[in-house]
Write a protein that binds this ligand. Structure first.
Ligand code: ATP
Ligand code: MG
Length: 583
């Protein structure tokens, strides 16, 4: 490909509204252009890269025995109501129209994912154990009403996902869910390695999609919105929503202070009360009231800790918890918001492990403008249900005692064991060998292709621009012909271009009539892994220069050896990328 016949609108300006490196560089390198908030055009350079990612994903999914199909973005709202996700997803579910009645638009959504559609297909065509297992996948555009699209293509409202769904008669054994889950997990490792991403697989919470096991694939980078929690000995890794902590040691101390009511007028927050009573937040018990399945659910955590709602829901064995409104809080506690406490409270209470080892603590008095001091769990309120329901924080250890570390990261892929949530809701059943009917057991597996691209840039860039992994670079080699008007140069550059292309290498020939510095800057910005420089001066010495973008290493070789040298570098870079997994 010749630069002058292609379209690469590079720019020196750092876009003011782009905060993270991948966003800035994708705009500057002419890779993407925003159309509306959360939706981007992939310009020709970007689209080449996206197609390469797609090819890797497709190859690995086929190798893992996935069957490809293609489902539409448009889906009936009715199926989302059947599975209860129309409500659970809220505004994330993009509806075509808001007017009610018979209007087809009001009954149609744009799929944020495709569990409902695929389950309906399997329900229609599969009814015997003999037809299972099945594993389908597609590479298709998703729509999500993200409240805050941000960080370029890392979080958008329209994006490309590879989503796969598997259906089984059993969890374990031949053809079971576990078998396919493990195969998908391995395929994901292969996809991310081949894409040159430094990734790590972590335990994750399955969230509103439901299910009983899941793993996320994370790329550590400051541009991420998630946190990777890992033990120092690397034996444990989870995302922050999931991360379990070791119980804390007993605080010690007397634990014999009498219960004392104190007047705390208009002081409803932990900070206000702790300042007023001159006690540290960690000496207070925070009482948070939720609603789950239409009933109040009370969570107790230490004043300096935060409730982890995913853990709380799991501990309480409820699908979801939602913050209670003021009316419910008032009904349960008989007081205004800010004065709840466990003493004398009649509701289901889940006590965080760290609260069970506190003594002489401070809590709300269930009376407006009052708190009580000298509160001892077990003595002053019953601890019937205790669990790990808080966010992990610095200083916590994993259950094996190894200290936890926290790193920002991007989620690039997610695998779930769904169980029977969708098959039950949509009656996707099969008859077993005895003619008995059961709901199918399902798994689902998603990868964001655009996120792979942005994560690769986050993980590979420097002050000059992008450093693409070889496997997903829009071009693998750029030939900078420095003096296009010198015939010897243009002829050799053209010849190298054709020869490299003939060996199957993606090569871009910068044939613009521009200064060397200008061409080099562009080549660095767009991040092509290998640059071949053909110039008058080099040719006078009988050499061309071959430089590796990532390391800056340069080799000077006779023109006759150039193709061979480049081929070897491309091969070595592909192999090195595969070995970049973070462990
Ligand atoms: P997040 O927690 O980042 O919102 P998610 O957990 O909702 O993502 P999944 O439903 O697991 O995402 O979707 C599978 C994959 O799709 C994710 O791992 C991610 O790579 C990609 N993805 C999800 N949401 C977006 C988005 N808004 N923009 C780009 N890619 C996305
Ligand atoms: Mg996810």
């Amino acid at each position: 490909m010749k630069w002058t016949e292609f379209f690469i609108p590079t720019s020196k300006e750092v876009p003011a509204d782009a905060a993270v490196p991948s966003h800035q560089l994708m705009l500057r390198a002419g890779i993407i252009r925003q159309v509306v908030a959360g939706a981007y055009t992939y310009l020709p350079l970007g689209y080449r890269s996206l197609r390469k990612i797609e090819a890797i994903v497709r190859e690995e999914m086929n190798a893992a025995r996935g069957i490809e199909l293609n489902m539409p973005a448009m889906q009936p709202l009715e199926w989302w109501e059947l599975t209860g996700r129309a409500a659970a997803m809220g505004d994330v579910l993009v509806r075509l129209g808001s007017s009610g009645g018979d209007d087809w638009r009001a009954r149609t959504v744009l799929g944020p994912t495709h569990e409902e559609v695929i389950t309906e297909i399997v329900r229609a065509y599969v009814n015997s154990y003999k037809q299972l297992p099945l594993c389908f996948y597609q590479i298709q555009t998703k729509f999500r009403g993200e409240a805050r699209p941000k960080s370029g293509v890392l979080r958008t409202r329209e994006f490309l996902m590879k989503d796969a769904y598997s259906f089984h008669t059993c969890k374990e054994g031949d053809g079971g869910l576990d078998d396919t889950y493990d195969r998908m997990y391995a395929a994901y490792c292969a996809i991310f390695s081949r894409s040159g991403l430094p990734y790590i697989a972590v335990e994750a919470d399955s969230g509103p999609i439901g299910g009983d096991a899941s793993h996320e694939f994370m790329v550590p980078t400051d541009a991420g919105e998630d946190y990777l929690v890992q033990s120092e000995d690397k034996a444990y890794a989870a995302n922050l929503e999931r991360a379990e902590v070791a119980p804390l040691a007993d605080e010690g101390g007397a634990a014999d202070a009498p219960l004392t009511e104190v007047h705390t007028p208009n002081l409803g927050t932990i900070d206000e009360v702790s300042t007023f009573l001159k006690c540290e937040p960690r000496k207070m018990i925070k009482t948070i009231i939720y609603e789950a399945n239409g009933e109040a659910l009370v969570a107790l955590v230490r004043g300096d800790h935060e409730v982890n709602e995913a853990k709380l829901a799991r501990a309480a064995k409820v699908g979801m918890v939602a913050a209670a409104d003021a009316a419910l809080i008032n009904k349960i506690t008989g007081a205004d918001v800010g004065f709840a406490g466990p003493v004398g409270l009649s509701a289901r209470i889940i006590v965080d492990q760290a609260v069970t080892v506190m003594h002489d603590a401070v809590t709300g008095a269930n009376k407006t403008d009052y708190h009580i001091t000298g509160v001892n769990p077990g003595r002053d309120f019953e601890v019937t249900e205790s669990a790990d329901i808080r966010m992990a924080v610095k200083g916590d250890c994993a259950k094996n005692g190894s200290p936890l570390t926290f790193k920002k990261c991007i989620e690039v892929g997610h695998v779930f064991k769904l169980g029977t949530k969708y098959s039950e809701a949509m009656s996707a059943t099969f008859l077993d060998v005895n003619g008995k009917s059961h709901p199918m057991i399902m798994g689902c597996y998603g990868i964001g292709l655009n996120r792979i691209m942005a994560a690769a840039i986050e993980a590979g860039h420097d002050e000059k621009g992008i450093c693409w992994p070889m496997s997903i670079a829009p071009f693998q080699v750029v030939i900078c012909a420095l003096d296009m008007r010198v015939e010897e140069v243009s002829t050799l550059a053209g010849k190298l271009h054709d020869e490299l292309e003939a060996t199957g290498i993606d090569v871009l020939l910068d044939d613009r009539d521009a200064r060397p510095g200008f061409k080099f800057k562009d080549a660095e910005l767009i991040g092509i892994p290998i640059r071949v420089t053909v110039g008058k001066r080099g040719l006078a010495d009988g050499i061309v220069e071959i430089q590796t973008r990532r390391t800056g290493e340069t080799a000077k070789v006779p023109p006759l050896d150039a193709v061979d040298t480049v081929q070897k570098l491309v091969q070595a870079a592909m192999e090195a990328d595969c070995a970049r997994k973070t462990k």
